[in-house]
Design a protein around this ligand. Sequence first.
Ligand code: LLP
Length: 422
Amino acid sequence: MNPDFPIPTLSRSATGLTLEGVELAEIAARFGTPTYVYSLSALRDAFAAYQAALAGRKSLVCYAVKANSNLGVLSAFARWGAGFDIVSGGELARVIAAGGDPGKTVFSGVGKSAAELRQALEADIRCFNVESSAELERLNMIAGELGKRAPIAFRVNPDVDPKTHPYISTGLRNNKFGVAFDDARTLYRHAATLPHISVSGIACHIGSQLLDPAPMAEATDKLLALVDALKSDGITLDHFDFGGGLGIRYRDETPPAVADYLAPLIERLAGRHEEICFEPGRSLVGNAGLLLTRIEYLKHGEEKNFAIVDAAMNDLIRPALYDAYHEVVAVRERETTAEVFEIVGPICESGDFLAHDRSLAVQQGDLLALLSAGAYGMGMSSNYNTRARAAEVIVDGEQVLLVRERETIEALFALERALPPA
Ligand code: LLP
C-alpha cells in the first residue's frame, strides 16, 4: 500500500504529482481539465489480487460495470479474463463493444425490461440473477419465444447488516433488492419446474464499501444452509455468486486485503465443487483513478474561503449525494502558507461541493487531484447546467491513452428540437 496516497501508483516528484511516473500537469496540458485519469497498472494489480486470492478454486470475477463503464476500462478487464456484472442492456452492449465475453456475464437488477431480457438471452449470457417471481415468469416466457433455456440464480436477500452507508446497503429485509430469504426455497422449486428456465446458481450482494468481512461470512452461512436445503429437494447448483462490496481507503479507512476479505468465505466453501463468483466494482477501480481539475478562482468569504474549480457535482456527485470524502491534493505544492478552503464547482446549487475544509497552499490556476475517484465517478456524471462531461484517460507506463473525448456542447443538445416557428 502507498502510505502517502490511497492510489498505489500516485507519487510526488520534485515537479509535482505523477501517476505511473507521468506528470499530472502534463496530462492537464495535453487533455485539458476536468479529466478523469486512471492507472492501468493499478487496475491490473487490483484484479490480480482477486485472482491470487482465488487461485486453485474454480472461480469467476465479474467486474461490476456500473462502477466505471468506460470501454477502455472494460477492455482491460476483458483482456485479463474477467467476467462482467451488468444491470442494463446498455451495459451489456458496452461489454460486447469492449470485447468482453457474454458467456462470462451475469445480469443483476430489479427492473429488467422484456427487451433487456431478450437482448441478454440472444447474447447467451452466463446467468440471470433474478430478483422477483414476476421477473422469473417473464424470463421463462421470453426464453420460450426464443426457443432457449435461461440460466438463472435467485438473488437472495440474506438480511444481514453490512454496516455501511444506508444508501449503499442492499441486503437488508427492507431493501428493494433480491428475493426474501424465506421465500427462496419455494421459488427455486417452482423455477425447477419451468420449461425454459435452467436453475444454475445462487447470488447475493449485501452492500458496498464494506470494511468488515464478518457480514459476508454471515451471509455465506445463510446461503449455504439454503443450498443444502435445495439439495435435499433435488436441486443442485453449479455456482455461488457473492456479489461485490469490498471497500477501499478514501481517507483513513483500513479495508481488509482482498485475500483476508475472502478467507472466511473460502474456508466455508472448502470441499464444495461449485464455481464461486464475485462482482467487485469499487475495489477494482476506485483507487485506480482520480479527477484532475483546475482552480478557476479563489474567493475569500466572510466565514469561509472557496476554491472554485472547473469540476463540479455533475462530474463527481459522491460528496453531494453521500457526503463522501475524497482526498484533495495540490498537483504542485507551493511554499506559501496553507489556507482552509471549501472546494466547490461552478454549478448553481449550494450542494455543489467536492470537499469541505481542506488545507491547501494554492493559487488561482493551480491543479488539484481528487483521489479515489475511479469508481462511481464518471459513471454517475451528468450534464447538469449543460456542462460537457470530462475527458477520460488511461495511463499505461509512459503512454497516456485518451479513452473518452471531452464532450462537445453541440452533442449535448443534438437530440433536442426547438419548437417550429409559430
Ligand atoms: N453487484 C451488485 C448487484 C451491485 O448492486 C453492486 C453495487 C455491485 C455488485 C458492486 O459493488 P462494489 O464492489 O462496487 O461495492 N454509487 C455508490 C455505490 C453503489 C453500489 C451499487 N451496487 C457509491 O458511489 O458509493
